[in-house]
Design a protein. Structure first.
Length: 145
């Protein structure tokens, strides 16, 4: 398994954005990879009224935010090893109402393993206020040879 603290990611932001564009759900979210390192991925979730609550003016719905954060977890692993994995466990904790504005998603690698990997993500508003936390464990796919 490649990736980890000293290994550069296999995919850059352009390649991750191409993967996002291939996924109808994630393309609909409008996710944009901004930066990736050996252990961190930053994505932007742009505000759109379709992501809003029932009234459409109260900010991003928690379900839409959870969907985006799940994607942010998986895209970090994809960027690191070029293959990614299948979700084994996901936890989502909303902390504050999300704004009617863009949200920054920051995924961090906790453990990159041959069979099971662990990742966390936080959602921040423009002022750096923590809106939600999520973490996931992933069954890792074998890299293509």
């Amino acid at each position: 398994m490649s990736g980890g603290a000293d290994t550069p990611p296999r995919l850059d932001c352009a390649a991750l954005n191409a993967h996002i564009a291939q996924s109808p759900g994630n393309r609909w979210l409008g996710l944009q990879a901004l930066s990736i390192t050996s252990n961190t991925l930053m994505l932007r979730l742009p505000w759109r009224a379709e992501l809003g609550t029932e009234r459409g003016r109260d900010g991003i719905d928690a379900g839409a935010l959870a969907f985006a954060m799940n994607a942010a977890l998986g895209y970090l692993l994809l960027g690191l090893d070029g293959v990614g994995g299948a979700i084994a466990d996901l936890r989502f904790d909303p902390l504050e109402p999300a704004p009617v504005d863009d949200v920054l998603l920051i995924s961090r690698l906790r453990k990159l393993g041959g069979r099971l990997s662990s990742v966390s993500v936080e959602a921040l508003d423009r002022q750096g206020r923590k809106l939600a936390l999520a973490s996931g464990s992933y069954f890792m796919a074998a890299p293509a040879r």
